[in-house]
Design a protein around this ligand. Structure first.
Ligand code: PXP
Length: 250
């Protein structure tokens, strides 16, 4: 499949395949198999977030993803010694540093970079020394983008959650912030990504932002896959059940 040179990259976040697997504590559905299927189906990269509480992706998943994928792995992680050490060993294509609170359902806002440079700088230096591209998941605020440049980040991923949750004039205002943020980040020399909460209804305005290079999408895609995949799964189960039945003699 040939793609235009300026085609936006689609990173598929497979965390919620692991959520489903963990609901039963077994191995099905396997997030690594889902990542391979996403790769076969046109994903440009795979994103996975190893949270401190291991609520979805587990350590083995991350190791296996790195081993089997041909497309880049974007390792989402908190800025902690444990995660940075793992990233140094794993050497994913990129590490996206996200804020992490134990009680949150999902990553609620961008990373606070301004004022936290002294804590973040050694981690970023180590990641870069290991050959890992560094991405910071931030709100589209000029000061945060400048702080990201100051720390030597390669990429900023703009948090689209507030835009996705809003409607009407509020959403338009968030979109303006994202457009301006993408423009400014690009001008500062950062590669611009975006993600969180994107779905069929809200993705187009974000995808249309000229400076955007990659979108990372997870929860909605995995949910949508349930609906598009259910007919096929159901007919396979139907056939297996039917085939197991003794034929009735006429
Ligand atoms: N990008 C980042 C940095 C994230 O933390 C997440 C959520 O894990 C996503 C993208 C994907 O968000 P969603 O699952 O809402 O599509």
């Amino acid at each position: 499949m040939t793609k235009p040179a300026d085609m936006l990259r689609l990173g598929v976040n497979i965390d919620h395949v692991a959520t489903l697997r963990n609901a039963r504590g077994g191995s099905h559905p396997c997030p690594v198999s889902a990542a391979l299927l996403a790769q076969k189906s046109g994903a440009d990269g795979i994103t996975a977030h190893l949270r401190e509480d291991r609520r979805h992706i587990k350590d083995d998943d991350i190791v296996n993803l790195k081993q089997v994928l041909d497309i880049p792995l974007n390792f989402e992680m908190a800025a902690t010694e444990e995660m940075v050490s793992l990233a140094e060993r794993l050497r994913p294509n990129a590490a996206c540093i996200v804020p992490e609170k134990r009680a949150e359902l999902t990553t609620e806002g961008g990373l606070a970079v301004t004022g936290h440079e002294a804590r973040l700088a050694p981690f970023i230096t180590r990641l870069k020394a290991a050959g890992v591209r560094v991405s910071l998941f931030v709100d589209a605020i000029p000061g945060e983008l400048e702080a990201a440049v100051g720390l030597g980040a390669d990429i900023v991923e703009l948090h689209t959650g507030a835009y996705c949750d809003a409607s009407g004039a509020e959403r338009a205002a968030h979109l303006t912030l994202l457009r301006d943020g993408a423009h400014y980040a690009d001008k500062l020399g950062l590669e611009v990504h975006a993600g969180h909460g994107l779905n069929y209804e809200n993705v187009s305005d974000i995808a249309a932002i000229q400076q955007m290079v990659e979108l990372n999408i997870g929860h909605f895609l995995i949910g949508a896959a349930v609906f598009s995949g259910l007919p096929d799964a159901l007919s396979t189960m139907r056939r297996l059940m039917d085939d197991a039945r003794p034929e009735k003699s006429a």
